[in-house]
Design a protein around this ligand. Structure first.
Ligand code: PNS
Length: 163
């Protein structure tokens, strides 16, 4: 039984994240999307909302066939992965700029959890420039984010903004 943990902020989940989830599912028996709950950081959506959104989209897109779950966590990713008896931590790499940060994280996580490998999954080219933070910035300034997030996520963002 090979279980992977895909950690991140997912504020909000983008089509790039969903692409990584879809590419990870054939590689593992189970994938847990681990949504970081960090009260010190200002998020657009709460950890519960972020989990709920991903669950809803995953159900809409029929992802995982019961092999995909979504959980929030706080503290270290390595500790969460150990608790879940994960074989791997999945991270998406978009462009070469991601590599240095991801490498440092992977090596630190390996030190903290020596039995757990980080597996890098390359995002589709069309999402190589998409990040949640860029998306939020563009959206808050009135830019169109269609095609970069599922329509339901866009609707949730609109609802947040108009509140
Ligand atoms: O989606 P993000 O913001 O790029 O994800 C970063 C995340 C959540 C994977 C990273 O910040 C993380 O693992 N945070 C939990 C705390 C932790 O384990 N820090 C040490 C990382 S080596």
């Amino acid at each position: 039984m090979k279980r992977a943990v895909f950690p991140g902020s997912f504020d909000p989940v983008t089509n790039g994240h969903l692409d990584i989830i879809k590419r990870s599912l054939p590689l593992f028996d189970e994938v847990i999307v681990a949504v970081l709950n960090n009260p010190e950081k200002q998020h657009m959506f709460s950890a519960d909302e972020r989990c709920e959104i991903i669950r809803e989209i995953a159900a809409d897109q029929g992802l995982g066939d019961g092999r995909l779950s979504i959980e929030s966590f706080s503290g270290l990713t390595a500790d969460f992965a150990i608790k879940k008896s994960a074989a791997a931590i999945v991270r998406g790499i978009r462009a070469v700029q991601d590599y240095e940060y991801e490498l440092r994280m992977a090596l630190m996580n390996r030190r903290l959890a020596p039995g757990i490998e980080t597996v890098f999954v390359m995002a589709a080219e069309e999402y190589s420039f998409v990040s949640s933070s860029l998306l939020k910035q563009v959206f808050s300034l009135g830019g169109d984010v269609s095609g970069l997030v599922p329509d339901k996520v866009k609707a949730r963002m609109l609802a947040k903004l108009s509140r």
